[in-house]
Design a protein around this ligand. Sequence first.
Ligand code: SF4
Ligand code: SF4
Length: 482
Amino acid sequence: MFNARMKPHGGIRPYSHKSLTREIAIRPLATPRRLIIPLRQHTGPAAVPIVAEGESVAAGQLIAEARERMSAPVHSALSGVVTSVTTGDQGCITIKVSDQQSPAPRLTAAEGLSETQTMLSLIEQAGIVGMGGAMFPAADKIRMSLRYPIETLIVNGGECEPYLTTDDRLMREQAEFIIGGIRYLQTITQARQVYIGIEDNKTEAIARLDELCRQEDHIEVVILPSLYPIGSAKQMIEAVTGRQIPQNRRSTEMGVLVQNVGTCIAIFHAIRFGKPVTHRVITVSGRAIEQPGNLLVPIGTPIKEIIGQCGGLKTQPARMVLGGPMMGRAVDDLDVPINKGTSGLLLLTGDELPQTKPSACLRCGRCLDACPMSLAPLSLFAELKNDGFAKAQQQGLNACLLCGSCAYVCPAALPLTQFFDWGQQQLRLLKRQEDKMERTRQNSANRQARLAKEAAAKAAALAAKPARRSRRAATTPEDPSC
Ligand code: SF4
Ligand code: SF4
């Protein structure tokens, strides 16, 4: 065990609010009556349903297939009957849960695969995505990392967002499964050294994992400062290894693979027991909920059901958030379901929210000190306000993590993160339009080239005809009857 090698750039120390749930052990949610299971719970294209309305499904059964790269299969958490199926990015499969639960068969890999291929196949079939919220399909991420020699595996136990205590509880209660997942990842990647990065405000988790690591070769706990957003991959790498990943490079190119503690547990269950991802642990917190806690929830459970099983609301929340308060998503519909990347459900009162009356920029520079990516938020904001997308891109808009640190410290309460989110969306849109125009230009150029080639071939054929005729005329003997 050792302390972080360096303090990463920027970062803030928001009030943690973790005491609301930190000491509450994980408990399973009672079986919900209905699941609304999204088809897109990962970064890539939506999975494609393979069940129809009226069909019965077993717990753990595959219900939607991944047919493209960066997609991930989806399984039903519980037995029941499919009541509706919609497709596409917003599509979902709704299941009326049965009283009797029957499990689907375990996942198995095809015969004849190598050990590494077998493990990757099980990770892929299990539909594992980054459980810390990134939702990048784990099998794709590991396969991409294998293009480079991976020397270091970092297991991310940062959990720096206020309120969330999911990973803290997992590290305290399921540390053996984390070590089990790490061993499989070591076998796949051949990483020589593994570090488990944990913030210094999680003392029990540090002690538990350190105890287990003493029996392991090449696995060490690294104590990190409690600093937001140290749980983001680049900050974690900087703190643990002392190396900075340049803005335009991936960490795997530099020989480092980062996986969240929850993802390690899912990998352990997939390989050891053939279990797909059907449940996840979430923190339910905020001053508006009666009984905050950490719950094991079937994926697809609507938040209404969870609120009901946490004693209901003390007061009407001013905001409901899926995830943490810094990078989570505000929702207002009680039917929104939990997905594979949901780490928390926050029911926040008005007192827990920042006061938001924006004024003009004071040019105080606090946002510069807070930015973990060394960006200049005030300048990015000024460019985006004037539609200066190209200039904002040159200044590194795409490297922005949307972490909200700049907005948190801004005394002018400027909506910096919303602007950067919008700016990144506009850049993606512009890129798609440019790609489309480039494809159209390329298609048109190819067509012109094909037409020119055909015309040349035709002209050559025409030019060849008189010559043939004249050759024929020259070689045809004269008709003696003429
Ligand atoms: S923190 Fe806010 S007020 Fe201060 S320089 Fe940055 S944008 Fe301006
Ligand atoms: S939201 Fe973007 S610009 Fe603001 S601190 Fe985070 S990374 Fe920097």
